[in-house]
Design a protein around this ligand. Sequence first.
Ligand code: HPA
Length: 252
Amino acid sequence: MGLLAVIGGSGCQGVRDAGVIGHSEPVTPFGDASGALLHCRLAGREFLFLARHGAPHHIPPHRVNYRANIWALQQAGASAVVAVNAVGGIGDGMHPGRIVVPDQIVDYTHGRAQTFFDEDHPGGLTHVTHVDFTEPYADELRDGLLGAARARDLQPADGAVYGVTQGPRLETAAEIRRMERDGCDIVGMTGMPEAALARELELPYACIALVVNWGAGIEGGGIAISSVMRHLEEGMEKVQEVLQIIIREYGK
Ligand code: HPA
């Protein structure tokens, strides 16, 4: 179909069994991407992989150069982007270990470079444009992720509102209660502006999220980082299963 790009989040530094057949260190009008852009092959299918937080993981969510990452993927020929994100659960059923394919976003981030339509970047896009973002994720790609997760009996949540916070700290209990009132089902720090930037470049984009903790205050007590790490490690095995299938189906 095309050249799929995978943006790996926390706990996802590559795709299992994939071979690296090339790599570049992308420099864009917006600066450097998070790290090497890997050109990979899995079962005869090619795809691109980029570690959102760098390799090894060192760039916090508010410091990721989302513009450079998305620009670099498009320059390298990506025709669609699958984003992997670790998140907290807020809504019913969004328990640790759950695989979620969100369908909506509420953006609580601030101070992040969030558009390519920015005149102070020679080589960037200079005309002023307001992209339609009513449906932030690409249906076909969402369906592909859901189908792959169902094929592995992972019982993914189909649709969720992803509330994106600024971080890097976790939320207060009151912030999570507010997000719940706002209709958020999951909370993470890296869903935006990534999704909007992909839309600006007309790149179909979808997210596979893994819940690694309950949102602050939901269980009473604080969030134990050791438990987050355990859910991250165990849950990313499931994400890898989904990636295996989607790359085989989508890759060229
Ligand atoms: N809040 C924000 N981001 C997160 C969380 C959370 O609880 N868990 C994983 N990423």
